[in-house]
Design a protein around this ligand. Structure first.
Ligand code: ZN
Length: 395
């Protein structure tokens, strides 16, 4: 996990003057300082700061103001920030409490838990219902989408994650009802419309193909995924094809040599991904060679024959071709290019959702899943711009 986190500071002599009376319906805007009173605080540097008691000119009521980094709470933003930082780094809530106590700044396990959860709740955006509001002006030409799962109270939850596939930032993290095509289509639609995406980038799961097509998005299927599973297919099939293990090649008049050559050729095309008419014609030619191979249903048997497997595989790759090679010619509205992978997504899932999750035995609350994942993803989005200032999420 790569993160840069900036701790909140405490500035005992810096006060923000109140701008409006905190009491409901007063609206007063003029105040005077009635009194300055000592305020004990738990912090890594100060034991005590000075709180101000203001009085409202309009309603006469008084309220307190605190210097930067201190609130009505007895713990400073800096100490809460340190607790959040240790937690994000991988310590459990209890371990954070122990470390802080050992450092001479005791903070209970519950206070650590509350600081982390509160910070997660304060993360702006990063949820599907808010992408519309908070990021309405953030246009994302290529939207990455993927699913992962985490355990919560013994139950597996499906998390849907979206990224800006070009900038690499995480856009949203939400719990989805399931990973079915209808659910993915609705979810992708909401985010894609809000950021005005033109392309969906995903793995080659059928649900994402539906989501792209139904929402009128161009689709780039991650080339790394497809190359990986094509290589596995190629290597597993080669020895079987070489000896026409079930005689199904002979049945359609294809020699083992031809089938091996086709197997190699398919893999070569997929590795090169040249969006040329020649490549398309070659895919068609290979597929048509196996188009006569009978399905298990027709043969009244349970097992796929080698020839039929080649028929399905070559058809799948031929149909996938457009989605596999889109990135070669696509340019975004500002000349952006894609690299054809969903690597931004792999980082989002690996670093923002899974790495902190790995040493845990699962979450206990659905809200914690979201709070912790969003907090880390939020911090990750500031990696290239100097780091994430925890002041923004700590009250
Ligand atoms: Zn007032």
């Amino acid at each position: 996990m790569r993160l840069k986190l900036l701790l909140p500071t405490v500035e005992p002599s810096a006060y923000d003057e109140p701008s409006v009376c905190p009491y409901a319906q007063c609206g007063g805007q003029r105040f005077h300082v009635m009194q300055e009173v000592p305020k004990p605080v738990r912090d890594t540097v100060y034991r005590e700061v000075t709180a101000r008691r203001y009085q409202c000119w309009r309603c006469g009521r008084s309220f307190r103001g605190y210097p930067h980094g201190v609130s009505a709470d007895q713990t400073s933003a800096r100490l809460k920030g340190l607790a959040v930082l240790f937690y994000i780094m991988g310590l459990s809530y209890g371990a954070v409490a122990l470390v802080l106590t050992a450092l001479g700044h005791p903070l209970g396990k519950t206070a650590v838990y509350e600081a982390v959860q509160a910070a997660g709740e304060r993360v702006a955006g990063l949820r599907r219902e808010e992408v519309r509001i908070s990021q309405a002006r953030l246009l994302v030409a290529a939207l990455g989408a993927d699913l992962t799962s985490v355990k919560c109270k013994g139950e597996w939850l499906t998390l849907g994650i979206t990224t800006d596939a070009i900038a690499g930032t995480t856009l949203t993290i939400d719990i989805l009802d399931n990973g079915e095509a209808d659910t993915l289509t609705d979810w992708v639609r909401g985010v894609a419309e809000a950021v005005q995406a033109e392309v969906l980038v995903s793995d080659d799961a059928d649900g994402f193909k539906t989501a792209a097509d139904e929402n009128g998005l161009k689709h780039q299927v991650c080339k790394s995924h497809v190359v990986r599973n094509s290589e596995a297919w190629h290597d597993a099939m080669a020895p079987e094809l070489a000896r026409d293990a079930d005689g199904s090649l002979a049945a359609i008049g294809v020699s083992p040599e031809q089938a091996l050559a086709d197997n190699d050729e398919l893999l070569r095309l997929i590795k090169e991904r040249q969006p040329t008419p020649e490549a398309d014609a070659k895919l068609e030619e290979i597929h048509l060679r196996y188009a006569q191979a009978a399905s298990p249903g027709k043969l009244k048997q349970g097992k796929e024959t080698l020839a039929h497997r080649l028929r399905l595989f070559s058809l799948d790759r031929w149909k996938l071709w457009r989605r596999l090679t889109l990135y070669r010619g696509w340019r975004g509205p500002h000349g952006e290019r894609m690299d054809g992978t969903n690597n931004a997504m792999e980082r989002s899932i690996g670093w923002r959702v899974k790495e902190r999750y790995r040493p845990m035995r699962g979450y206990k609350r659905r809200e914690s899943v979201l709070n912790v994942s969003r907090l880390i993803a939020w911090a990750g989005n500031f990696l290239e711009v100097g780091g994430a200032d925890l002041t923004a999420v700590i009250a």
